[in-house]
Design a protein around this ligand. Structure first.
Ligand code: TRP
Length: 363
């Protein structure tokens, strides 16, 4: 059994730095290392619709934004299969069967679902059933392609747990067809959940605290300049806190010793900068200017690539269509095995037809 990487994003908005450190950066590395048999990256529009049923146009518009972000970040359709979830009917089919293998209370206990229910104000009676079931649909996303490795943020771990349970149930009841996946978390601990520019727990479009991969250099500077730091660090000489200080959290996630050599040679590395900030005598503005340089250094090549891809939008849809066709071939193969294991392969089973004929002939 080969190593298969699969991961995706809900196309509800352009991708931001949180997506980049949380998974996109890793995906591009994985793709280029080539140390796997197959890699799939997809746009989870079905999942996006579970809490946007009344706003399909939003999803439709963001498919192309996310595709451009993927390509700009360096995902290469020659090396990884890019596809759109809703265009793979086999996913809906597998979801239906997996739903029989998990209880309502098991899904209710999923901490990610719980948080999202709160965030969306879906308390009590108003949780859409499709939204409630999305962990099962996500398990289908992963298992239809027999993914072994899912690069994702920490918040996806509960989904992977449900998926592994479903795989074990399925394989035990029917036949060993599905594969148990593992999550691959970002290696940089501080990057696992990047705070917003306002210092709030998470970068999220609804909170308006994002730096987008497609932001211009000017946008980035405006946002970095007004970033949340340490409210107690008022005067230059006040000692400062780096914990909970968004500028330093971002530097933890993005800066390298090389960046110091290039842009801030007075310091060898981030530890030295932090020490100075803690002691006092280091201004926020200097740290912000450095962060701005660090961010723009990797965003600039993405902007250039994005601008290239934007010149031929029909070709982007072509890439997605081709990827979707390739993904469907794999999905169709798995569904053949699933239907056989589940004893619902009636028309493919000549032996079944023969036995039934015999049984009724003897009546
Ligand atoms: N739930 C993921 C998110 O919100 C998106 C997603 C859907 C996904 N299906 C997946 C991620 C399968 C990894 C694997 O970002």
């Amino acid at each position: 059994m080969g190593k298969v990487i699969l991961t995706g994003d809900r196309p509800t908005g352009k991708l931001h730095l949180g997506h980049y450190v949380g998974s996109l950066r890793r995906r591009v590395q994985l793709q280029n290392q080539g140390d796997f048999d197959r890699m799939f990256v997809f746009m989870a529009d079905v999942q996006a619709l579970t809490d946007n049923a009344d706003n399909p146009e939003k999803i439709r518009q963001n498919i192309i934004e996310v595709a451009l972000d993927y390509l700009a970040a360096g995902l290469d359709p020659e090396k990884c299969t890019l596809f759109i979830q809703s265009q793979i009917p086999e996913l809906a089919e597998l979801t239906t069967y997996l739903m029989n293998l998990v209880s309502v209370s098991r899904v209710q206990r999923n901490p990610t679902v719980k948080t999202e229910v709160k965030m969306r104000g879906f308390e009590g009676e108003s949780i859409p059933l499709g939204f409630f079931c999305y962990p099962v649909s996500q398990a289908a996303d992963i298992t239809l392609f027999k993914a072994t490795t899912v690069p994702a943020g920490e918040d996806q771990e509960p989904m992977l747990e449900v998926t592994r349970e479903l795989v074990r149930r399925f394989n035990q009841i029917y036949a060993p067809v599905l594969v148990e996946p593992n999550i691959m978390l970002p290696e940089n601990l501080t990057a696992r959940r990047l705070p917003g520019t306002d210092g709030k727990e998470k970068m999220s479009k609804s909170l308006g605290n994002c730096i987008y991969l497609s932001d211009t250099a000017d946008d980035v500077w405006q946002k970095v300049r007004s970033m949340y730091t340490d409210p107690e660090h008022v005067n230059l000489n006040d000692p400062g806190h780096v914990e909970g200080n968004a500028v330093f959290t971002y530097l933890d996630a993005f800066s390298t010793d090389e960046d110091f050599a290039n842009f801030l040679p007075e310091y060898q590395n981030l530890d030295e900068l932090k020490d100075h900030y803690r002691r006092g005598g280091l201004g926020d503005m200097k740290c912000k200017k450095f962060l701005n340089q660090v961010l723009n250094q990797f965003l600039e090549p993405m902007r250039v690539r994005r601008a290239e891809f934007e010149k031929d939008i029909p070709e982007i849809y072509n890439i997605l269509k081709k990827g979707t066709e390739q993904a469907r071939e794999v999905g169709a193969q798995t569904m053949d095995e699933v239907r056989k294991a589940m004893r619902i392969d009636y028309f493919n089973d000549a032996e079944l037809i023969r036995q039934q004929a015999e049984k009724f002939a003897q009546k």
